[in-house]
Design a protein around this ligand. Structure first.
Ligand SMILES: [Zn+2]
Length: 254
């Protein structure tokens, strides 16, 4: 990946950024991302993985509600972004980019009923229009892990590589199914193309089951994690996802 922002950064600033990255990224998390994405790669459906370029039809949108907020962990952001980026980045021809899909694991802070998105589980990748979880074995594995961590499935994520953050008619249908299981389920949509240093490249949505409209939900990121770090982090994680030694990359000093 090339850094489009590098031209206006001094080398001292880049050094400082790299130091921050090393501080943020624990090797256990890197290993977890590598292992989970390897598993997802093997267990994904083998259907034709070509990007359907017909744009998805957006579902009707309602105004945002400000009384709902979700807190998102840095771990979730890194896992979801790494997954989306693995199948849609500058080393892959754009017409070969595909969507990814996964589960979101969260916890509820009881008195205030605030949802904390704590973790994410990559489940598959494939054609754009019907991004669905097809691998039951991988699902069960994730479900057990989520229970073990005292979390619960609070929604799903999928990517829209280069076509923006919204809910399509199909996405709306999927979200309705999640909200029928748990009414406060969330849908996170990420476009890795939008991860440019100024945004996290994702939005979170819920559906209004009565009006059959979707609306965005405000979110905050837990801890100090600036979106300007994300492109650098992803390019740092990517070789690890593709099997390079963590420690070689991790200690690289340049
Ligand atoms: Zn979609």
């Amino acid at each position: 990946m090339s850094f489009e922002n590098d031209s206006n950064k001094t080398s001292a600033e880049i050094d400082e950024l790299r130091k921050q990255i090393k501080k943020e990224l624990k090797s256990e998390l890197l290993e977890e991302i590598r292992r989970e994405l390897k598993y997802e790669e093997k267990s994904s459906s083998t259907e034709e993985l070509s990007l359907d370029l017909t744009p998805e039809t957006p579902a009707p949108i309602a105004p945002a509600k400000s009384d709902e907020t979700v807190f998102v962990s840095v771990t979730s952001i890194l896992k979801i972004a790494s997954h989306a980026y693995k199948y849609a980045n500058s080393s892959i021809p754009k017409d070969k980019w595909v969507e990814v899909i996964g589960l979101l694991a969260g916890a509820i802070d009881e008195p205030e009923k605030i949802l904390y998105l704590e973790d994410a589980y990559p489940m598959g990748h494939g054609t754009t229009v019907y991004a669905e979880i097809k691998d039951y074995k991988n699902y069960v594995r994730a479900y057990k892990d989520i229970r073990k961590k005292n979390l619960f499935i609070c929604g799903w994520y999928h990517s829209h590589p280069s076509y923006g953050l919204f809910m399509s008619v199909e996405d709306f249908g999927t979200q309705v199914r999640y909200q029928k299981l748990w009414n406060d389920s969330i849908a996170l949509v990420i476009d890795p193309y939008l991860i440019n240093g100024s945004t996290y490249g994702f939005k979170i949505f819920r559906a209004n089951l009565k009006s059959r409209e979707w609306y965005p939900i405000p979110f905050s990121v837990k801890g100090s994690f600036d979106p300007s770090l994300l492109p650098e982090l992803l390019s740092f994680i990517q070789p690890i996802v593709h099997g390079k030694s963590i420690y070689l990359e991790y200690d690289e000093d340049q």
